[in-house]
Design a protein around this ligand. Structure first.
Ligand code: DGP
Length: 115
């Protein structure tokens, strides 16, 4: 069954899209954790970080470049931001279609772990 993000990529579900090319889409998180919270998502349905193949390395690099450009266009490049990929249960992953969170626009505090 298609994940929520596959349905957004296909245009079947609405999203606040801020970037799109033939391999990557980026849209605002529906439950933002900060003033800026964007999800950078490959069209390729890679379920988790564990499933990134060797040949996905260029795609992963392109996601980082999109993140860098969006941080600039959102005006948070200099103030700073956090890039996060959650993986599986302990990582708090909710949607099993790989995505990179770009979070910023306010002080984020220390990076939290389980303790
Ligand atoms: P993660 O825990 O890393 O799998 O993050 C999933 C994020 O996806 C979470 O911050 C909320 C967001 N999200 C879930 N469903 C939707 C949706 O339908 N639209 C948008 N824009 N974001 C969603």
């Amino acid at each position: 069954m298609a994940t929520l993000f596959e349905r957004i990529i296909a245009g079947e579900l609405p999203a606040d899209v801020v970037y799109r090319d033939d391999e990557i889409i980026a849209f605002r998180d529906i439950h933002p954790r900060a003033r800026v919270h964007i999800l950078i998502v490959p069209h390729k349905p890679i379920p988790t970080a564990n499933d990134i193949a060797d040949e996905d390395a260029p795609l992963m690099g392109r996601m980082m470049v999109v993140a860098r450009k969006l941080a600039r266009s959102e005006g948070i490049a200099d103030s700073g931001y956090r890039l996060v990929i959650n993986c599986n249960r302990d990582g708090g992953q909710e949607v099993y279609h790989l995505h990179l969170h770009l979070i910023g626009g306010e002080p984020l505090g220390p990076m939290t772990g389980g303790r």
